[in-house]
Design a protein around this ligand. Structure first.
Ligand SMILES: Cc1cc2nc3c(=O)[nH]c(=O)nc-3n(C[C@H](O)[C@H](O)[C@H](O)COP(=O)(O)OP(=O)(O)OC[C@H]3O[C@@H](n4cnc5c(N)ncnc54)[C@H](O)[C@@H]3O)c2cc1C
Length: 540
């Protein structure tokens, strides 16, 4: 996307607009504090907002549309952008509902926009967040150049030598603590008109979502979902694995958590207090811990987004990159119905349940044997809940790039039999297979010709034969992966690698794997090359 010629979008707010608010007649003389919202699009349990309101008489809530997320560098599909825009409109309403003037929208490099406020005497606070390299660099520069204050309060452990020490206890206390609070009557909530808002941004950049079944963003819809889910939480364990049942049976809150319409702690508290006790509740609560666990990983090491966490696996499958194979996986035309249905569902709706995400990632890396990052980027583009902290770390875990023993291999044919025995999911997303009796949907290529004729479809024409021989590919992968696994396990003995892997058992767990499974790399073999190359890159 690029800003349309006929709908130019100003870099905003301009210095005059900022100066005008600093001198507004009915406001005190002193400028106040800008609350720079990013992925915390709520006014409750918001650490930055609470800190600003405690210290200042005037606050100005601000969201900056960063062109880098909208032009060719942007990594999100239009439906996720539209979801974000819903969340922003909702945030604007949240401020107005408590008597404030609403949300100010900026457009441009966030640092340039913030600099205008800082030059006019405003302070800036933002909630600390775990982000990839771009966000981390942006925040570092904002801190250094503009004195932006980043307020922690998301349950993650920062500035600790060993963040994983007592980690669960610390997260548990954070869950149990009172939310951040502020009194809207104690502070003036200001706004400046900039000529920018989500609709204009959509017009200017040609945001045109095509996905279907995408929920509306914002805190209101998030709260409705949370309330409804807490009431039916007992059904959660039984719905989680089937791609059909999960659509309504899991909470559906991931995209709302990703943009911070609700804090993870608010969700935890609601479920803890309102949901009936039982397996559903405990399973759900453990997933809220996972959310923090994976986000902590990205905080501990931003490289998760683009480098194999265990350097031994850097570049694995790179020599086999086959763009045609990647393309059939993306399009859902691999000849494996459960993978194809899932990939088409992802592209059409921007959501898949955990098991199908794991299946598609595993199939891509273990069976098609393609480079993990291209697959992870594809997911990240299409998921409405696309969260760098969870998507890329999950991809690396599913692919086995950490180096812990035991591969997570999902057999796509077994998944059809177990999770879609009536063929509802496959029939919905791969309609060309709908006429086939459900008993053949695990392996359509084995359907007797007489049955194919009877139902009027020809496998190989209407639907492709499998693009690879599953068993042969699996064995080949196991061999290739196994050949370097000893070296990978050994690398987990390195303090630096153990820390970045952030295993839930901490550095100790990584060391045990190294001790039990590690083998020295062959001095002149491929494994040794892989190890030394990436090792230099990592520590240089
Ligand atoms: C390859 C892969 C990529 C993934 N990418 C993302 C992503 O980009 N964003 C994302 O939110 N989730 C991701 N997940 C995790 C999981 O699939 C989704 O959180 C879940 O399907 C979202 O639906 P829900 O909110 O109804 O889940 P629920 O089952 O209701 O779970 C509640 C919440 O717990 C958290 N959660 C659940 N499972 C996990 C998990 N395995 N790891 C970390 N947190 C979890 C999420 O915040 C979720 O909203 C990924 C999983 C895999 C295997």
């Amino acid at each position: 996307m690029a800003p349309g010629e006929d709908a130019p979008l100003p870099r905003a707010p301009g210095p005059d607009a900022v100066r005008s608010i600093s001198r507004s007649d009915d406001a005190p003389d002193e400028p106040g504090t800008v609350v720079w919202h990013r992925d915390d699009l709520r006014i409750a349990d918001n650490p930055a907002l609470a800190a600003a309101a405690a210290d200042a008489d005037r606050i100005l809530p601000l969201f900056v549309f960063d062109p880098g997320f909208y032009d060719e560098r942007g990594a999100a599909c239009d439906a996720r952008i539209e979801f974000l825009h819903d969340c922003l409109r909702d945030l604007d309403r949240q401020y107005r509902d408590v008597g404030g003037a609403g949300l100010t929208y900026g457009h441009g490099d966030p640092l340039d926009v913030l600099a205008r406020f800082v030059d006019a005497g405003w302070e800036v606070v933002a909630s600390a967040t775990a982000s990839g390299r771009y966000g981390r660099r942006r925040d570092e520069r904002a801190r250094e150049r503009l004195g932006v204050r980043f307020v922690a309060g998301d349950g993650l452990v920062r500035d600790a030598d060993r963040p994983r020490e007592d980690w669960s206890d610390r997260v548990e206390s954070w869950f149990a603590a009172d939310p951040f609070d502020w009194d809207p009557r104690s502070v003036a909530v200001e706004r400046v008109e900039t000529g920018v808002d989500p609709d204009r941004v959509s017009d200017a950049y040609g945001v045109a979502p095509t996905k279907t079944r995408v929920p509306t963003g914002g805190r209101g819809p998030a709260k409705d979902r949370l309330r409804a889910f807490a009431e039916r939480i007992a059904e959660y364990p039984g719905s989680i694995s089937s791609p059909v049942d999960a659509r309504e049976g899991t909470s559906g809150l991931s995209a709302y958590l990703r943009f911070g319409c609700l804090s993870v702690r608010e969700v935890h508290r609601h479920v803890d207090e309102r949901a009936p006790d039982g397996r559903g509740k405990s399973m759900y609560v453990s997933r809220l811990f996972w959310n923090r666990h994976y986000t902590q990983k990205l905080l501990d090491w931003p490289g998760w987004l683009d480098r194999a966490v265990n350097p031994v696996y850097e570049g694995f499958n790179g020599d086999r990159h086959d763009p045609d194979l990647v393309a059939v996986w993306k399009r859902g035309e691999t000849g494996f119905p459960m993978v194809d249905a899932s990939m088409r569902c992802l592209r059409e709706t921007g959501w898949l349940n955990f098991r199908m995400r794991a299946l598609c990632a595993s199939f891509y890396f273990h069976i098609l044997q393609q480079p993990w990052r291209i697959g992870a980027d594809h997911f990240y583009e299409h998921l409405i809940d696309g969260d760098p902290a969870i998507n890329y770390t999950q991809w690396q875990s599913q692919c086995g790039l950490v180096g812990r023993p035991g591969l997570r291999l999902y057999d796509p044919r077994k998944q059809v039999r177990d999770q879609d025995p009536d063929g509802e999911f496959v029939g919905r997303w791969v309609p060309e297979l709908d006429p086939l009796p459900a008993a053949h949907l695990d392996a359509p290529e084995k359907t007797p010709l007489a049955v194919q004729r009877e139902v009027g479809i020809e496998i190989g024409e209407a639907y492709p034969y499998p693009v690879v021989d599953y068993e042969a590919a699996r064995e080949e992968f196991r061999e290739r992966y196994g050949a370097v696994h000893g070296a990978a396990a050994a690398r987990l003995g390195d303090e630096e690698i153990a820390r970045r892997a952030s295993l839930s058992g901490g550095v100790g767990a990584a060391r045990s794997i190294a001790a039990d499974h590690g083998e020295p790399a062959e001095p002149n073999g491929d494994d040794a090359d892989a190890t030394s190359q990436t090792g230099l890159d990592e520590f240089g």
